[in-house]
Design a protein around this ligand. Structure first.
Ligand SMILES: [Fe+2]
Length: 346
């Protein structure tokens, strides 16, 4: 445990053994933003003693510049500052993909309820009252830095998955920038049928990750020229289950997994892997399947030219008549393509 209660804090050894483990891999960097030199210096002194690298900024604008240059692990941010106040600084940071994961701790006056509510609204992660309680400061900082590192790990794990997916795509020379086009089409059609933002995000991620399980399919099957034997087809079909297993440990993949597992189901139950029928097929998997097929049809492949939009819709309609697709959804998709979507192939 930290020993911050005594007056000897400033003179004791900077890092206790338990903190050493935590800080060993990389010294955490804290940015203190406060226009009052005295309270800034207090925070800097306390944090330096704890073994953190501490940076200082005396204004919101200076803080934003320093964040970009130094990528701190945590920001202690005064609320009341001339010019850009703390809320505005926080809003900027949380809107930016590069800085949104950096925890922001607002420094407020004790019992300043309004500031706390506003701080939550702009995405602040925690609050500390001035004057500082040393013990509280150390505990909050430690826990938020640790949380940030965990979040970063999670983000890295997602990035690894996307890298694997793009490596698989690059092994298949016929698909080109299939995923990018799926993302654009999925977003536009998703908005058209009023999917939520989270569902559209899942659809976008599904566009990249739906075939990630192909990483577990032997080259002899995956890259075989010519038709697959029934045994090879069975092996190939396993990609949906392999993909599910790869992504399942990540909480953020929860909405994407139904797309990965069920993007080859058919409305009449003749698809795989579960032979689900009708509305039992997860809705996003149904949506994804239609945009995936439409993109494949309207793209050029070594064995076929790019179909026009009209031809692609005719193929999808005939598949729907065979019982493979959700008729209502296909109707919406047809309407969307005819009225809203201007594909280069149309
Ligand atoms: Fe697939």
């Amino acid at each position: 445990m930290l020993d911050l209660t005594g007056t000897s804090a400033l003179s004791r050894s900077p890092i206790s053994s338990s903190e050493q483990v935590f800080l060993d891999c990389e010294q955490a960097r804290i940015l203190v933003v406060d226009d009052h030199p005295s309270s800034r210096m207090t925070a800097v002194a306390l944090l330096s003693v704890e073994g953190y690298e501490v940076l200082e900024a005396a204004s919101g604008a200076a803080a934003l510049k320093l964040v970009v240059e130094s990528n701190p692990d945590l920001i202690l941010l005064d609320v009341m500052m001339p010019g850009m106040d703390g809320f505005e600084v926080c809003r900027h940071l949380k809107e930016d993909e590069q800085t949104r994961l950096i925890p922001v701790v607002f420094l407020t006056a004790l019992n300043d309820r309004r500031s706390r509510i506003k701080g939550i609204e702009v995405g602040g992660d925690d609050f500390l009252s001035k004057p500082f309680d040393r013990l509280e400061l150390a505990a909050r900082v430690k826990s938020l830095v640790r949380q940030k590192r965990l979040n970063e790990d999670l983000d890295h794990a997602e990035q690894v998955l996307f890298s694997i997916a793009s490596a698989i795509e690059s092994r298949d020379p016929v698909t080109g920038d299939h995923c990018e086009r799926l993302v654009a089409l999925g977003k536009a059609f998703g908005e058209y049928i009023q999917l939520s933002r989270a569902e559209i995000r899942d659809l976008s991620w599904g566009s990249y990750l739906h075939d990630i399980g192909k990483v577990g399919i032997p080259d002899a099957v995956l890259l075989k020229k010519g038709p697959l034997t029934p045994e090879e087809r069975e092996i190939m079909n396993e990609h949906v289950m392999i993909g599910e297993r790869i992504c399942k440990p990540l909480r953020t993949m929860r909405g994407v997994i139904p797309i990965i597992r069920h993007h080859h189901e058919r409305w009449d139950g003749t698809g795989y892997p579960d032979g689900l029928v009708g509305e039992d097929i997860p809705y996003l998997a149904q949506v994804f399947q239609i945009i995936d097929i439409y993109d494949a049809l309207t793209s050029e492949r070594p064995y076929k030219r790019a179909f026009t939009s009209q031809e692609a819709l005719e193929v999808i309609t005939s598949e729907t008549q065979k019982g493979w697709r959700n008729p209502q959804l296909v109707e919406q998709f047809t309407e969307f393509i005819r009225t809203k979507w201007h594909s280069p192939a149309s």
